[in-house]
Design a protein around this ligand. Structure first.
Ligand SMILES: C[S@@+](CC[C@H](N)C(=O)[O-])C[C@H]1O[C@@H](n2cnc3c(N)ncnc32)[C@H](O)[C@@H]1O
Length: 222
């Protein structure tokens, strides 16, 4: 069993420091939303982001959207051999049910994330497909997996047969990929091995695609 953990993802509601910034007020009144219930998005809020710590990398829900759409659609996930967790900047973690069918349309995805951050679960009643709870990256890795593999540029070339032999021994293997556009992980966490998929940095969803695809190839799935 594999756990894909998108870590330090830049998905959050608009932080208090910029609630009164003119570009935020305009955006929120147009959408008839309170800033505290609105997802931060660098495409719309770049002027306000300049006033935030790490503003150059924050407000990237699109990375989570693309990554989830890809991972949820893979044969590995459909065969229930992949669980997915999204750890976000303020230590809120989304547990994603493998049966979740996410909106393909970006604006509808943002609406869903706003509902999730407000209600802490989606749908609000019945079996939750998305659950939001407080946990650090380190806590979620320890709770969900037996060992952790960091996927990042600069490591040894990915060895899918190694990953599979670990998972075949009944271990739950955490695969950690950064859900941010620039820079390095902010959270501190322990890992047993690290692998790279290419010599230069790639977008998170491309990396996820390459890792899952090589596991599927090795396992003869898909
Ligand atoms: C867009 S990258 C993060 C930013 C990147 N460190 C940079 O400064 O350009 C998102 C994540 O994808 C993974 N990643 C990117 N390139 C990779 C590579 N060549 N091999 C393995 N993982 C990679 C890492 O987990 C990384 O945190």
């Amino acid at each position: 069993m594999f756990n894909l953990v998108l870590a330090d993802s830049e998905l959050e509601t608009i932080p208090k420091e910029i609630w009164s910034h003119p570009s935020i007020s305009r955006y929120c009144s147009r959408r008839r939303k309170k800033p505290r219930e609105t997802i931060l998005d660098s495409s719309y809020h770049y002027k306000a982001l300049r006033h935030l710590e790490d503003g150059y990398r924050r407000g990237r829900p699109d990375i989570v959207h693309f990554s989830l759409l890809y991972a949820l659609g893979t044969p590995l996930c459909k065969k229930r051999m992949l669980n997915i967790f999204v750890h976000t900047r303020r230590n809120l973690v989304i547990e994603v049910d493998p049966e979740t069918r996410l909106p393909k349309h970006y604006n509808r995805f943002i609406g869903l994330m706003e509902q999730l951050f407000r209600e802490k679960r989606v749908p609000p009643t019945g079996k939750p497909l998305l659950l939001l709870r407080r946990a650090s990256l380190s806590d979620i890795l320890k709770e969900k997996g037996d060992l952790t593999i960091l996927i990042r540029e600069g490591g040894k070339k990915l060895n899918p047969s190694k990953l599979i032999s670990l998972a075949e021994n009944g271990e739950k293997v955490n695969l950690v990929v950064g859900g941010f556009p620039h820079g390095d992980f902010i959270s501190k966490f322990d890992f047993e091995m690290e692998f790279s998929v290419y010599e230069d940095p790639l977008e998170a969803w491309v990396v996820i695609g390459k890792v899952i695809h090589s596991i599927e190839e090795e396992m003869g799935i898909g």
